[in-house]
Design a protein around this ligand. Structure first.
Ligand SMILES: Cc1ncc(COP(=O)(O)O)c(C=O)c1O
Length: 387
């Protein structure tokens, strides 16, 4: 077997898998585990979406679609931007991809050159920096904290922009912090980057799951950004592998060639099914679920704070809380393991998300039922107060 290409060797594993393995082993041994480590909704595709998928199969609409997706689905997504965000998007600027991951793959393949830098906040979703590494670029992780809502701002973009910097990649609301960049700051970031002839990739996968009107689509600010989104989170279709990217017109031919060559097209069945996401019945269900996520957040944030977890900035979206555990420990790996063993509550240590003080933080997901969250807080209370 020949040696691995350096780019593959540089992709780090998900450390959280070790914790999840331990949690699974506990469950197999008969312990009750509450998974607060989960990165996907505890809801699934709506009935109209399931029916549309079944119909697509029945009618054998299962062959390749155009590389950038079904035009009818692009039109529905453009309609969604108009009604929900008041933003006019040309359906021809939309490409349907295999999840937000497929969109990031295309965008990074098109824009990231070897040895060039892309600025990202630390902490952030690990795969995003690995896409940059896979194309031999360098993700420059800029330390952020609660004072900047764990996001980049224009000042830090300007300070960290170097000779080889080509762009920024932001995710708002963010995984792991659930916090968003305020629209006025995002506008300044976009202006600063475009003035340097750079690119802005805005990962908006959690935008649908916003609770406080802080997050906004970068497309409301400029049509020169690359905005990435997905059917995985708000539409609860993780395993269907469907997302999209809205791109400046100049990028379309390159993305089309890349999609044709890298994976031909996104799943035809998933695309036909996703059309039903925009029916009133489905939209009403998504909004009920969003309200349920907000209810969970509104319970969990103060409950954790009362137990001694630090939540210095209130998460406004996604389903994550990035909690400071400095009150309990200076080693989040050990803390997560101890809590798991003692209580069966499974969280994610900070080290998957960055290198800037990850030992102080854990990611807690509320993509699990309200009742389980109540139980998790009870177990944590017993353990942490009795230590
Ligand atoms: C911030 C962020 N971006 C992108 C993705 C990729 O999602 P998908 O490929 O399922 O759309 C995820 C998944 O958790 C995420 O958290």
């Amino acid at each position: 077997m020949s040696p691995l290409a350096a780019r593959a060797a540089q992709i780090e594993p998900f450390h959280v898998m070790e914790v999840v393995k331990q949690a699974d082993a506990l469950e197999r041994a008969g312990r009750s585990v509450i998974h607060l480590s989960i990165g996907e909704p505890d809801f699934t595709a709506t009935a109209p979406v399931q029916r549309a998928a079944a119909l697509a199969i029945e009618q054998a609409r299962t062959q390749y679609t155009p590389a950038l997706g079904l035009p009818a689905l692009c039109t529905r997504i453009a309609g969604w931007y108009a009604t929900r965000y008041g933003v006019v998007v040309d359906p021809a600027a939309i490409a349907i991809t295999a999840g937000a991951s497929g969109a990031l793959l295309l965008a990074c393949a098109a824009l990231v050159e070897r040895d060039t830098e892309v600025l990202m906040p630390d902490p952030s979703y690990p795969c995003n920096r690995h896409f940059i590494t896979a194309f031999e670029g360098r993700a420059r992780l800029v330390p952020t904290g609660p004072e900047r809502r764990f996001q980049l701002d224009a000042a830090c973009v300007e300070q960290n922009w170097g000779a080889t910097t080509r762009g920024v990649l932001v995710a708002s609301p963010s995984n792991p912090t659930g916090t968003s960049i305020e629209a006025s700051e995002l506008a300044k970031v976009i202006t600063a980057v475009l003035a340097r002839n750079g690119f802005v990739i805005s990962d908006e996968i959690y935008l649908g799951l916003s609770y406080d009107d802080i997050a906004s689509t970068a497309l409301a600010i400029s049509d020169q950004v690359i905005a990435i989104n997905s059917f995985s989170k708000y539409f609860a279709m993780t395993g269907w592998r469907l997302g999209w990217v809205v791109m400046p017109p100049a990028l379309r031919p390159a993305l089309e060639r890349l999609a044709q060559n890298l994976y031909i097209c996104a799943s035809a069945i998933a695309q036909h099914a996703a059309m039903a996401c925009f029916e009133p019945e489905s939209l009403a269900i998504y909004e009920e679920r969003r309200a349920e996520f907000r209810r969970r957040r509104d319970f969990l944030v103060p409950a954790l704070q009362q137990l001694g977890f630090g939540v210095p900035v209130r998460p406004d979206g996604a389903f994550y809380i990035y909690a400071d555990i400095g009150h309990f420990s200076d080693d989040s790996d050990r803390f997560v393991e101890e809590v798991l063993m003692a209580t069966g509550v499974c969280m994610v240590p900070g080290k998957d998300f960055g290198v800037h003080s990850p030992q102080r933080f854990v990611r807690i997901s509320y993509a699990t039922s309200y009742e389980r969250l109540l139980e998790a807080v009870e177990r944590l209370q017993k353990y942490l107060l009795g230590r």
